[in-house]
Design a protein around this ligand. Structure first.
Ligand SMILES: Cc1cc2nc3c(=O)[nH]c(=O)nc-3n(C[C@H](O)[C@H](O)[C@H](O)COP(=O)(O)OP(=O)(O)OC[C@H]3O[C@@H](n4cnc5c(N)ncnc54)[C@H](O)[C@@H]3O)c2cc1C
Length: 451
């Protein structure tokens, strides 16, 4: 049986710790803040349920579905309301439904006739030989500028709070890059995958889902299983490995026990500053951008909003004249997010698109978000509930050259036996990706340390 330290009690750290503990290892988790879950925090206030971080989950990796089943949480899962299948994208100041079928695509006003013809030409566009390309360049080349402006750019704002001109298609949307290299066309490749039914198969929840009492049900259940093995309010300052055993350096000196292995799940900018005597140059880790993001949750009397709110929410393309990145219709998406007769809207501001905006005072930002919502949804009365969450360093940006980051992590693991990395900077930024990364780290640690 091995002794293992996990640094960081976000979802990737908790998943790794739980998996290792279940296999019989002695695991201890070290967390800097006073709570588990990392960016996953759910808050109930005045009858509104506000998500500070992720608002919805998708079992994009089998690991997330398996974890939920394993923890016995399947009954606590709530699926997204059917109405939430519609997603709005703003064009010329109006939210328009994103077409989800060929007939809808042919008749939508979201794209011009020229853009529709351009999209149909995609299978005839040749592959590009260059090694790495930005998301913007890839999409403009294959699908045309309007699809970039009115589909991909708002989507990138919604997932990464990022900008398509900064992100690497290879690292941020690996599957799209693979469709081009494997099939020569995104349309053909997508069609073939759909016909062969090659989606992610797993036994867990399908589609978009959450938990009845909020997404933090998941980290809370993991913490419950780990019990006293979690040290809160204990930031790790450094690591060393004298005599084949890992030692953690805390504010008031070394941790009393030593470990066979360490799983680091702290954000890369944090890891880059930890004391560690290493031959590996950690500069690429320090350079990864985590732009600031503000979450503005506003509750309204339902009658005050003219829009039918019949959808997941709306995304705002950067070419449109608004401050928000997008708004989730939270009370349409899942039950129990707002009191009877009320609606909860969750708006995101800032990110790599407008980092300065995310630093504005709360009152200024609320005014600007209210102005956007008035124009987009026809809001006729002030909110009856307001809550803002500041993320000073929210989501890692998989920018051009991100391969250097992955190589640095691999080199650190090679240079330091027993040191393993997991987190949203490794194989995708979604909760499902972070869970898969934590599970993968647990497997690799167990393989290195033995039973
Ligand atoms: C606003 C927002 C909205 C999002 N929306 C969605 C969504 O709808 N769907 C989705 O799938 N994903 C979403 N994501 C992404 C997803 O939630 C995250 O990528 C994922 O939860 C990150 O998990 P993690 O464990 O890798 O990192 P984190 O949650 O960042 O956990 C890292 C932990 O390490 C701790 N730590 C840091 N330094 C130290 C130290 N020195 N010592 C000890 N501990 C330390 C931190 O306090 C933290 O608890 C969203 C993210 C944000 C910020």
């Amino acid at each position: 049986m091995s002794t293992i330290a996990v640094i960081g009690a976000g979802i990737s750290g908790l998943t790794a710790a739980y998996r290792l503990q279940r296999e019989g290892h002695t695991v201890t988790v070290w967390e800097a803040t006073d709570q588990v879950g990392g960016v996953i925090q759910s808050e109930s206030s005045d009858g509104f349920l506000v998500e500070h971080g992720p608002n919805s989950l998708r079992a994009s990796t089998p690991a997330l579905g398996a974890l939920i089943a394993d923890l016995g949480l399947s009954d606590a899962v709530v699926s997204a309301n059917e109405e939430a299948a519609t997603r709005y994208v703003v064009r010329d100041g109006r939210p328009l439904p994103l077409p989800m079928s060929v007939p809808d695509f042919l008749t939508t006003d979201l794209f011009s006739a020229r853009a529709k013809w351009r999209l149909l030409a995609e299978p005839f566009i040749s592959r590009r030989a260059d090694e790495e390309e930005s998301v913007a360049s890839f999409v403009r080349r294959r699908l045309g500028p309007e699809v970039l402006d009115y589909a991909v750019a708002p989507f990138v704002g919604g997932v990464f709070a990022g900008r398509p001109q900064d992100l690497s298609i290879t690292h941020a949307f690996e599957r799209l890059a693979d469709l081009e290299s494997d099939h020569g066309s995104l349309l053909w490749g997508g069609l073939r995958a759909a016909l062969s039914g090659s989606s992610t198969d797993n036994d867990g929840p399908s589609g978009l889902f959450s938990f009845r009492h909020g997404i933090d049900t998941l980290p809370a259940a993991l913490a419950d299983r780990l019990q006293s093995r979690i040290h809160l309010n204990t930031p790790v300052r450094g690591l060393s490995r004298p005599d084949d055993q890992w030692c953690l350096h805390l504010a008031d000196g070394p941790a009393p026990e030593s470990f066979d292995a360490v799983v680091s799940t702290v954000p890369l900018h944090r890891f880059a500053t930890l004391d560690l005597d290493t031959p590996v140059d950690r500069t690429p880790l320090d350079k990864v951008e985590y732009p600031p993001l503000r979450v503005v949750a506003l509750g309204y009397e339902r009658d005050a909003i003219a829009h039918s709110l019949d959808g997941f929410g709306l995304l705002v393309p950067p070419v449109e004249d608004f401050d928000s990145l997008g708004t989730i219709f939270s009370s349409t998406l899942f039950p129990n997010r707002a009191p009877e007769g009320h609606a909860l809207l969750t708006t995101f501001v800032g990110g790599a698109r407008a980092p300065d905006l995310a630093q504005q005072p709360e009152a200024t930002l609320q005014q600007r978000v209210e102005a956007d919502l008035d124009r987009l949804l026809g809001v006729s009365a002030p909110p009856v509930f307001a809550r803002q969450i500041h993320w000073s360093q929210a989501i890692p940006q998989y920018t051009l050259g991100y391969g250097a980051v992955k190589r640095t992590l691999d080199a650190l693991e090679d240079a330091h036996p027993g040191l393993v990395f997991a987190g949203n900077y490794r194989q995708g930024v979604s909760v499902g990706d972070a869970v898969a990364s934590g599970a993968d780290a647990a497997t690799r640690v167990a393989a290195q340390t033995g039973p």
